[in-house]
Design a protein. Structure first.
Lengths: 114, 111
């Protein structure tokens, strides 16, 4: 199946820990993204990345860092986790070409920091 | 500051009724997209509109992009329980491809 897959689905961890969320897409897309969805269901861009450019939302703490080993993968690493980091994190991908495009999202990772 | 405002925030209707969801902004978008999200899943793309005044139909769903490319609406005819979900509009300002999402409309269709 062509898709964006992210793991794990659920992640419960203690404050201060470091964790990673993995994301892979087999759609041949050029650009990948990380979004954070808060408790009010608002989706906010964190990063976008293709092989040319990393765009970081200025509001994202530098404890968050994207790591891309290749075009099909964009992992999210989080250092020194805080309670406020609890949210659902979505990976997405899209093509670089054309105006009529859309994002394909993964099914999300629910992060709970205790 | 919310770039894209959706209304209503919550909508509960009976099966068979019609409804319209609105997405408004003061900014111009090169393209505007609508997604539906179900619990425990990621948003799924429904449609992309790029031309001012454009109307697209997807079965019982009709999407319209405003003439000035600042707003959009989603109309559902004869809603079904399967239409229940969180509807999100998203826009790409200018030539950027990073999407800004609206505040969402949680639709519940009752049997």
């Amino acid at each position: 199946d062509t898709a964006v897959s992210q793991t794990p689905k659920y992640l419960v961890t203690q404050m201060g820990n470091d964790k990673s969320i993995k994301c892979e897409q087999n759609l041949g897309h050029d650009t990948m993204y990380w979004y954070k969805q808060d408790s009010k269901k608002f989706l906010k861009i964190m990063f976008s990345y293709n092989n040319k450019e990393l765009i970081i939302n200025e509001t994202v703490p530098n404890r968050f860092s994207p790591k891309s080993p290749d075009k099909a993968h964009l992992n999210l690493h989080i250092n020194s986790l805080e309670l406020g980091d609890s949210a659902v994190y979505f990976c997405a991908s899209s093509t670089d070409r054309g105006l009529v495009y859309g994002y394909t999202f993964g099914s999300g990772t629910r992060l709970t920091v205790v | 500051t919310q770039l894209l405002e959706q209304s209503p925030q919550f909508l509960s209707i009976q099966e068979g009724e019609n409804l319209t969801v609105y997405c408004n902004s003061s900014s111009v978008f090169s393209s505007l997209q609508w997604y539906r999200q179900e619990p425990g899943e990621g948003p799924v793309l429904l449609v992309t509109v790029v031309t001012g005044g454009e109307v697209k139909k997807l079965k019982r769903l009709t999407f319209q992009f405003g003439d000035a490319r600042k707003d959009s609406s989603l109309h559902i005819t004869a809603a079904q329980t399967g239409d229940t979900g969180l509807y999100l509009c998203a826009g790409a300002p200018g030539s950027a491809r990073q999407l800004t999402f609206g505040s969402g409309t949680q639709l519940t269709v009752l049997p």
